[in-house]
Design a protein around this ligand. Structure first.
Ligand code: ADP
Ligand code: ASP
Ligand code: MG
Length: 407
């Protein structure tokens, strides 16, 4: 007998029919003799609708109350799925995040899981029950309800799989697996049979919304065997594991992209040893995540600094920099909005020096200006104008021949 964690995302539980269908999938796993823990998201677009209601009440809603509101979405799904299973003659029980023992840091809207007290779930499993857990939510040591960030139900599932030492964690979603790029936008995207934790981590961090980045982090750190698969079609999905077996050494495995990026430029920064640390410490203290950083020294001895942020943090960034202008000692602030980041990812890049050159050549030949660049051993990212994002992704997908079968 094994222990399986299954996770079903918003579209997969988007209607009563879908929930009944999910109940069949859960039932099939339980009938194989496995213990089953199921993590679910809020139904369909519920979370988006709750966010938009909150914004009508308050443009920048109080974060504690926002978590209180958003966690209601998942609570609807756990109860309905549990009822559906009970109706089918199975013993099922639903748990909110706190009932499931998911303890997080004391941070609202984007909390990290600190630990999982698994006793309650284990007790129910031992009593022969299927346990249905609300994704995306947890509780602080002080009893405050928190959420794990948008898309965080994946993280609930993988963290539970790690804590319970599950044999497998199946992420059921609205696509049949992890593709070479987002199949919703690039028609030649191809499903990968397997992908390594490191590649998946980069893809997820760089905008491939199919898995929450922290879910991949957990999977990697605790060696959880993950499969991303379809909740609608019974086909093989994508295995995420230590080494991608079939397609090792491929230079580029995938293309990821994300929009709503802003480039902030700080001109005339005093060129002292501490000016960079002061500016980024100030931004970090205000929870502003900075991505790509470029610094140039000018002839007059001052420095110009550019960095990219998510556009939603732009107003906050301007406020922080302006409020600390005297201490930071710069002359002028500029920003460029409506930018996007397009990235190529692949573990074979480490040993193939020409990859970045090829990427920039493709973009240049197609008149796509590159605003910023960043690289790591297994990725190259280029910031481009938002209007060029999908074209750039398609061109790179084509240039690196990602739609071709390679196994
Ligand atoms: P769920 O509600 O099941 O969590 P998400 O919408 O969060 O589903 O994630 C699935 C979506 O991720 C797909 O519909 C697809 O558009 C998007 N996606 C982005 N990049 C990729 C990729 N490389 N492979 C597969 N899907 C991707
Ligand atoms: N319901 C949450 C969201 O829409 C969490 C999730 O679906 O993973 O972001
Ligand atoms: Mg998701």
């Amino acid at each position: 007998m094994g222990l399986i964690v299954q996770k079903f995302g918003g579209t997969s539980v988007g209607s009563i029919e879908r929930i009944l269908h999910v109940a069949e999938t859960v039932k099939a796993e339980a009938e194989k003799g496995n213990q089953v823990v199921v993590v679910v998201s809020a139904m369909g677009k519920t979370t988006d609708q709750l966010v938009s209601m909150a914004k009508k009440v308050s443009p920048q809603p109080n974060k504690r109350e926002m978590d209180m509101l958003l966690t209601t979405g998942e609570q609807v799904t756990i109860a309905l799925l549990s009822m559906a299973l009970i109706e089918k003659g199975f013993d099922a029980v639903s748990f909110t995040g706190w009932q499931a023992g998911i303890v997080t840091e004391p941070v609202h809207s984007n909390a990290r899981i600190a630990k999982i007290k698994t006793e309650a779930i284990k007790e129910q499993l031992q009593a022969g029950k299927i346990v249905i857990v609300a994704g995306f939510q947890g509780i602080t040591e002080d009893g405050e309800i928190t959420t794990l960030g948008r898309g965080g139900s994946d993280t609930t599932a993988v963290a539970l799989a790690a804590a319970l030492k599950a044999d497998k964690c199946d992420i059921y979603t609205d696509v049949t697996g992890v593709f070479t790029t987002d199949p919703r936008y690039v028609k030649n995207a191809r499903k990968l049979l397997s992908v390594s934790y490191d590649e998946m981590l980069e893809l997820a961090n760089l905008g491939a919304g199919v898995l929450h980045p922290r879910a991949v982090e957990f999977a990697k750190n605790y060696q959880v065997r993950l499969e991303v698969r379809s909740s609608m079609e019974k086909v093989r999905g994508t295995i995420i594991e230590g080494e991608a077996r079939m397609e090792q050494n491929l230079i580029v495995r995938g293309v990821a992209f994300e929009d709503e990026i802003t480039k902030v430029t700080v001109l005339g920064l005093s060129n002292s040893l501490t000016s960079l640390s002061t500016i980024f410490t100030t931004l970090a203290q205000n929870h502003i995540n900075v991505d790509i950083i470029i610094q140039n020294t000018t002839e007059s001895g001052t420095a110009n600094l550019s960095f990219s942020i998510r556009t939603e943090d732009w107003m906050e960034t301007v406020n922080v920099l302006e409020n600390n202008k005297a201490e930071l000692g710069y002359e002028q602030l500029d920003a460029e909005n409506k930018l996007a980041k397009v990235s190529i990812v692949g573990s074979g890049m480490i040993s193939n020096p020409g990859v970045a050159a090829k990427m920039f050549a493709v973009l240049a030949e197609n008149n796509i200006p590159v605003k910023m660049v960043s690289t790591s051993e297994i990725k190259v990212s280029a910031v481009v104008e938002e209007k060029n994002m999908l074209k750039a992704a398609e061109l790179l997908h084509e240039a690196f021949e990602l739609s071709k079968e390679s196994y």
